[in-house]
Each structure stands twice: as C-alpha cells, then as structure tokens.
Design a binder for this molecule. Structure first.
Ligand SMILES: Cc1cc2nc3c(=O)[nH]c(=O)nc-3n(C[C@H](O)[C@H](O)[C@H](O)COP(=O)(O)OP(=O)(O)OC[C@H]3O[C@@H](n4cnc5c(N)ncnc54)[C@H](O)[C@@H]3O)c2cc1C
Length: 386
C-alpha cells in the first residue's frame, strides 16, 4: 500500500488552501496525495469575505472588491455602510481552483487522485484512507470530506441556505460601487431570518441571492419564487435574463469540532469547524486555520490541539446565544441585525465576527442587542450544554 507524508482528503476550499500554504513552505518537500471525487473545473461557488489590506495570498484573483455595502433593515433603516479599513471581496470558485491547482502542479511531490473516499480511519501507524481507486496510508490525513453530524440536542443546529441567479438586465439596474450585504425588507416567515443579497458585476449584471438562516430547507420552487419577488418588488427589475445560478447549504452549528480530531486524522474545513456558526462565513477562517496548521507542522512537526481559553469560550457562547435567539424565535432576526448595524460602527462589527475584538468592544456590541432575548438565549444555551 502506498504511503505518503500527508493525504489531503477533499480539494475544496480547505484542502486546497492547506495544500497552497504547504507548497509555499519547506513542507513542499513532503510527499502529498490530494484526493477528490471531482476535478475542480466548475465555477461552483462564490466566496465573499472581508479583510484589511490587499496583500494577501489570493488578492491576485479577487474578482470584485468594495469599500462600502448597503444594508436594508427593519423600520425603514437603510444605509450604505462604510467598511473603514476593511474591503468586502469576492473570489469566484473557479478562479480559486485554477490559481491554486496551477501552483500545486509545479510540485512533483504532489499527486492528485480523482476518487471517491469511502472511509478514513486512524490506525496505530497513521491515517488510513479507503477509496474506490485503492487504499493509502499517511503520517497525517487532513479530512474535509467526513460530513458533520448535526443532531446533538445539547447544541444548536441551523442551516444557511440560499439560491442565487447571476442576471443581466437591458437597462442599467445596479450600482457596481456597492453590493447589498443584507436586505431584510423581504417577507419574514417561520423560524430564523431571510434576506436578499446583491453582488453587482457592472451596471447591467449582478449575482442576486435569496438567503435564509433557518432549521429546514425550502422546496426548490420556493427559492425561485422568492427570488422573482425580490427582483421585481425590491430591486424594481421586471426584465432580466438568468445567466447562471448557484445553490448552497452551509451548516450553522456550535457543535465543537476539535474533539473529533484523531491522532493522525485531522479535520479541516466545514467538518473541522471552520464555518463561523453565527454567520456561515468560512473563507477567512479557512485561511487563518490552515495557515495556523502549517505553522504547527513547521515548528512542532505535528498538528496541535488548540488550548481552550476563556476568551474562546466566551466567543463560542456568543455564537450559541445568537443561534438560540434565532432558532427559538426570541426576537425577530431582522430587528437584531438592524440594531447591530445601526448602533455599531461596521468595522467593529466585522472585527467582532472575525473574533478579532477586545473584551471592551465585545461588551459594547452586546449592549446593542435585545438584552432580554439574549440573556434568555444565553442561559438556555448554557443549560443545554449541562
Ligand atoms: C454555494 C456556496 C457559496 C458559499 N459562499 C461563501 C461565501 O461567500 N463566503 C464564505 O466565507 N463562505 C461561503 N460558503 C461556505 C464555505 O466557504 C464553503 O462551503 C467552503 O467551500 C467550505 O470548504 P470545505 O473545504 O470545507 O468544503 P468544500 O469546498 O465543499 O470541499 C470539500 C471537497 O471534498 C470533496 N468530497 C466530498 N466528499 C468526498 C468523497 N467522499 N470523496 C472524495 N471527495 C469528496 C468535494 O468534491 C469537495 O471538493 C459557501 C458555500 C457554498 C456551498
């Protein structure tokens, strides 16, 4: 059986980010097998995220970047929010795959295998991967393919699900200088919260999405109907053509991920807890987490377990509380978001969502949420865990 230093199971965002940072370091001399069931040749998703500066690994493939975003909230609140030092960036999936794969293919130590992974196991001698194209061993397996179980009653599990259409219009209909990050004017029904999202490409072309944070998916036709309504009633566009579409489901869960790591099998990506529970954003966290992992491999030679600090406990509790408030309908989600964006400078909120704020900023932000709902949500989140 062929043995490698590392096997990267899944060459999506996390697997390719990890491989990219490995390939930028001395670890590029390790033997690496990258397995995926698909060749990454489709533009299968859109990644948006915020960050400061324009000197990052993937800046060369940023498709669009903005310094402000529109927000439409409850009770007529509408504003273009200034992002301060941050930019809101858009990277297209296909550009990311091509950029990273081109870089990796220059390294003869990296082998690519298109195969379906059937099982990943920890053994006394390393990580063991069974695929429909053979079996492989490695010192470490980095696993982004094992699905997350979302059924722990002690935790909160929601889904962020959305459908998007890239549309073109005969008349100018979009402001290319400013995307709409959240548009809560849409009808709110049932558990959670719903909003529109618009990423303009130029004045005649945009990706328009209808997004929900809720406990259940809609029927496919419902996303289409809601998108039609949003485009007609809120964007005031009657005439348009659909050029492309995307659909996504992202788990929003406070299920701890670290505990699932084994001695030689390390989870990365969505299954490794890289998705921020309260927002569904994962791109930036994936970059930070995979860079940290490469740093550990370089300095310690092994992936290290993260020490749990009080600060991290508090951040995790904030996520759980937020999910609890939405899931149990303790306060209308659109009012919660409106209060947050109305009463806080946007850069502070973005730093908070990046878990990059000081305690004093966290407390400032928490003082702007509906206190009764959040206190109840926090107590319930703690009780559930006990
Ligand atoms: C449509 C969409 C849009 C998103 N937009 C954003 C966004 O704007 N901003 C943001 O921060 N996050 C976004 N996300 C969330 C998150 O960034 C992505 O889901 C991200 O791709 C997660 O990375 P990952 O590596 O865990 O999973 P993936 O990127 O899905 O990679 C997993 C890989 O494993 C492979 N695989 C799975 N099972 C097997 C198997 N059994 N055998 C072999 N290979 C297998 C898959 O083919 C895939 O290539 C979006 C998600 C989706 C679905």
């Amino acid at each position: 059986m062929k043995r490698y230093d590392y096997i990267i199971a899944g060459s999506g965002l996390a697997g390719l980010s990890l491989a990219y940072y490995i390939n930028q370091s001395i670890l590029r001399n390790k033997s690496i097998l990258i397995i995926d069931k698909e060749a990454k040749t489709k533009n299968d998703r859109t990644w948006c995220f915020w960050e400061k500066g324009d000197n990052h690994a993937f800046d060369p493939i940023v498709f669009r970047s903005w310094k402000q975003v529109y927000f439409y909230g409850a009770k007529g609140f509408a504003k273009a929010l200034d992002l301060g030092d941050y930019s809101y960036k858009w990277i297209r999936g296909i550009d990311f795959y091509n950029f990273v794969l081109t870089d990796l293919r220059t390294n003869p130590n990296i082998t690519f295998l298109t195969a379906t992974i059937e099982r990943i196991r920890d053994t006394a001698n390393g990580g063991f991967v069974i695929t429909d194209e053979g079996q492989f061993m490695a010192d470490y397996v980095f696993d982004s393919v094992t699905p997350l179980k979302l059924d722990n009653p002690q935790r909160h599990n929601m889904l962020q699900h959305f459908k998007g259409w890239e549309i073109t219009t005969p008349q100018a209909a979009f402001d290319p200088s400013c995307p709409t990050m959240m548009d809560y004017r849409v009808e709110q029904n049932g558990v959670g919260v719903r909003f529109g999202y618009v990423l303009p490409i130029d004045t005649h072309r945009a990706l328009v999405e209808y997004t929900l944070f809720s406990d259940k998916l809609l029927q496919p036709a419902e996303y289409d109907a809601e998108l039609h309504t949003y485009i007609r009633d809120y964007l005031k566009i009657e005439d348009f053509s659909i050029e492309d579409e995307e659909f996504g489901v992202i788990p929003m869960t406070d299920e701890p991920a670290d505990d699932k790591n084994l001695k030689y099998v390390i989870r990365i990506g969505t299954t490794g807890g890289y998705v921020k529970a309260s927002t569904g954003y994962a791109f930036s966290r994936t970059q930070r987490s995979t860079q940290l992992l490469v740093g550990q491999l370089l300095t310690a030679g092994v992936p290290l377990r993260q020490k749990k600090t009080i600060r991290q406990f508090f951040k995790g509790l904030m996520d759980s509380t937020f999910l609890n408030v939405l899931l149990y309908g303790r306060h209308p989600g659109k009012n919660v978001f409106t209060r947050l964006y109305k009463r806080n400078p946007t850069p502070r909120l973005l730093a908070f969502l990046d878990e990059d704020t000081r305690l004093v900023d966290d407390l400032r932000i928490m003082s702007t949420v509906p206190l009764v709902a959040f206190t109840r949500g926090m107590i319930h989140a703690l009780v559930k865990r006990i």
